[in-house]
Design a protein around this ligand. Structure first.
Ligand code: GLU
Length: 503
């Protein structure tokens, strides 16, 4: 059997270290067996998927040295590798299941679904919605169909009993069919859900081993059943442990930067980051801490993965990165540094803003230094303002951070528009809202336009610096966050905040 593995990210938001982690293990497994590693883009959620995000996945994986043998950008025998281009395939397979009686058209409305769930709850029944709950009498189906009502295609699932799933690392897993709902396979807009598209593609792309995060374990019964319905052999399943924050919670950007771009902009080396990801739940047979991708592939053995949640600790990553950095000789160090930020392209973005503000060349590095640093420390007193309190500024910064997190296109105008929106809703001037942003980004207000600075240093460093500023200004408690979130929803809808001075 040819070993074929894949990583199947959804192109929404920033390229996640978790994607690189799963890609790394899939790639090592495929290489070790002389097989192929495939990149598939799962972009069936058209409202959240973006071309920018997809491009960032390609760039960040290549930067890390995680090369794929088949993928949307390089093609391959099973193209296309982008699910949005495979729509006709999925609807054909969904129809096949309907014809065979393994799936049904469901005309239930949203209100009916809510009522059915309420009813189960009221009766104290703790199980998912099943076909028996959902199916309508044939004449009612006929009536709704004739009226042109919209429908979804759902799979039939057992009402109860045990589903056995075999996992390469975990052995036999027992899951309860009662908790598995009559999963939607094809949505009313004709697009497939993750489950259908994933199973159909893994089969058609001849994937032999599905190595993915443990958050997908609960999907495995549905997938197993789909393979049975189609009469296909299921790939071997292997669920990797989830990366965790130092407090053991699931790795989240609220507690740890999760974007690969962040680590790149911070000046981590790709060798350092892949080495660190390789140590997440895995170790070399001789327990050496520093190893290259080639060494990892040569010694790879998936059974050495340990299931205790690996902690992604930025301090340990920095330590390891330091080892890699110190290994570079002066020439290599220089070229790495130039590639990182001391190159013509990058410096040329900064210089036009500094030129008019210096009298000697020696002031260039001093005034532009914040464009060449990571998240430099800042004191609360740097934010002092004669009209506005730290509390007030912290609130604006929090809104601004939320705004930036959902920004699709990172450029000065879009960033400025967010500041304007917050200023309008809170009844102050844009200049006031931007005061703490200036300090957060450049350490001082005596610098060039902060929106230009943010465009230059990029979204990851900008957000990390704003996050730091919020902490320096006292942080936002859970309770405060709730209140601010409510306000933020109003701002997003273009409504002024209660009590805002909007003369
Ligand atoms: N699209 C899923 C994700 O975003 C893929 C999960 C899987 O590997 O099956 O992670």
């Amino acid at each position: 059997m040819t070993v074929r593995t894949r990583v199947a990210p959804s192109p929404t938001g920033d390229p996640h270290v978790g994607t690189a982690y799963i890609a790394l293990f899939n790639m090592c497994f495929a290489r070790q067996h002389g097989g192929q590693f495939i990149l598939r883009i799962e972009d069936t959620d058209q409202t959240r998927s973006t071309a920018e995000s997809e491009q960032m996945i390609f760039d960040s994986m290549r930067w890390l040295g995680l090369e794929w043998d088949e993928g949307p950008d390089i093609g391959g025998p099973h193209a296309p590798y982008r699910q949005s281009e495979r729509g006709a395939i999925y609807s054909r397979y969904a129809e096949e299941l309907v014809e065979k009686g393994h799936a049904f058209r469901c005309y239930r409305t949203g209100e009916e679904l809510d009522a059915l769930r309420e009813d189960l709850k009221a009766r104290g029944v703790q199980r998912a919605l099943k076909p028996s709950d959902l199916e309508l009498p044939a004449d009612e189906v006929e009536r709704r169909h004739a009226a042109g009502a919209s429908y979804v295609i759902r799979m039939r699932v057992p009402e109860e009993g045990r589903c056995d799933i075999s996992d390469l690392l975990r052995g036999n897993l027992e899951l309860d069919w009662a908790q598995v709902d009559a999963q939607i396979l094809l949505k009313s807009d004709g697009m497939p859900t993750y489950h259908l598209a994933n199973v159909v593609d893994d089969h058609l792309m001849e994937i032999s081993h599905v190595i993915r995060g443990e958050e997908w374990i609960n999907s495995a019964p549905k997938h197993k059943l789909l393979y049975e319905y189609f009469g296909w052999q299921m790939p071997v399943l292997c669920h990797m442990p989830l990366l965790r924050n130092p407090d053991k919670s699931k790795l989240s950007k609220r507690k740890n930067p999760t974007s690969i771009n962040f680590y790149r902009r911070m000046g981590y080396l790709p060798q350092g980051l892949t080495n660190y990801l390789g140590r997440m739940g895995w170790s070399m047979p001789d327990e050496s801490e520093k190893f290259s991708l080639e060494q990892m592939i040569a010694s790879f053995d998936i059974s050495r993965v340990s299931l205790g949640g690996p902690v992604f600790d930025v301090e340990k990553l920095s330590w390891l990165n330091g080892l890699w950095l110190r290994e570079l000789d002066d020439e290599a160090f220089l070229s790495t540094l130039m590639e990182w930020a001391f190159n013509r392209d990058y410096v040329m973005q900064v210089l036009p803003h500094l030129r008019g503000r210096v009298e000697t060349l020696s002031q260039v590095a001093e005034r532009g230094s914040f464009c060449f640093t990571g998240v430099p420390p800042v004191n609360a007193s740097a934010f002092d303002h004669d009209k506005f309190s730290h509390d007030q500024m912290r609130e604006w910064l929090q809104y601004f951070l939320w705004a930036l997190e959902t920004l699709r296109h990172w450029n000065r105008d879009a960033i400025f528009a967010e500041a304007q929106r917050i200023a309008a809703a809170t009844g102050v001037k844009v200049k006031d809202v931007l005061h703490p942003v200036f300090v957060a980004i450049a350490g001082t207000t005596a610098s060039f336009s902060v929106v230009d600075s943010m465009e230059i240093i990029g979204s990851d460093l900008s957000r990390a610096r704003i996050r730091q500023a919020i902490e320096v200004l006292g942080g936002v408690s859970k309770k405060q966050a709730k209140k601010l979130e409510k306000n933020w929803q109003r701002i997003e809808q273009g409504l002024p905040l209660d009590g805002a001075d909007t003369e």
